[in-house]
Design a protein. Structure first.
Length: 154
DNA sequence: GCCAACGTTGGC
DNA sequence: GCCAACGTTGGC
């Protein structure tokens, strides 16, 4: 079982939206980065857990825990001409982009802020805090996962 | 809103 | 295949 971190701008889709979604479940579509695509397509498995991370917001940080509910499958938004994530170069017969389904497990009792995460020596090597990292989907180690959750009580 | 850092594109 | 220009991400 693997752990992941998924970034989303709360003004576009955040914890609030996930809590209101049917079954508190969503299609995590629109990822347009090849490294992230490879993980979604090849590595994500049902039962994996993922942090929901709020990016580009007044308060950035880890907001919730989600569970992976599907294997990776072709991202339908790539084929919709009126979708903001439309990619005319993606061939439905050989899709470029993949997505997964995620379900809310629970919100964290408080937002674990990026600044706190950067200050935690246990999380110094977390991909999230690597300078210039622009991945919107990234793996989290079991140790990092536990260290973030330990901060929830602080 | 600024801007640094990065991935992608496209000319050659 | 190189690499400069461009667009995007995302913290601040």
């Amino acid at each position: 079982m693997a752990y992941w971190l998924m970034k989303s701008e709360p003004s576009v889709f955040g914890l609030h939206d996930l809590e209101r979604a049917p079954d508190r479940r969503t299609h995590w579509d629109g990822v347009r980065n090849y490294q992230a695509r490879n993980w979604l397509r090849d590595v994500f498995r049902p039962g994996d857990l993922a942090f929901l991370y709020h990016s580009n917001a007044a308060a950035t940080g880890v907001a919730a825990i989600m569970e992976v509910m599907s294997e990776g499958y072709p991202d339908p938004s790539a084929f919709l001409s009126d979708d903001p994530h439309h990619d005319p170069k993606s061939d439905p017969a050989n899709p470029t982009w993949y997505c997964v389904d995620l379900q809310l497990v629970r919100p964290l009792t408080r937002l674990i802020g990026l600044a706190e995460i950067k200050q935690n020596p246990q999380l110094a090597s977390m991909l999230l805090v690597r300078p210039g990292n622009r991945l919107s989907v990234m793996p989290v180690t079991a140790e990092e996962w536990a260290a973030v959750l330990a901060m929830e009580q602080a």
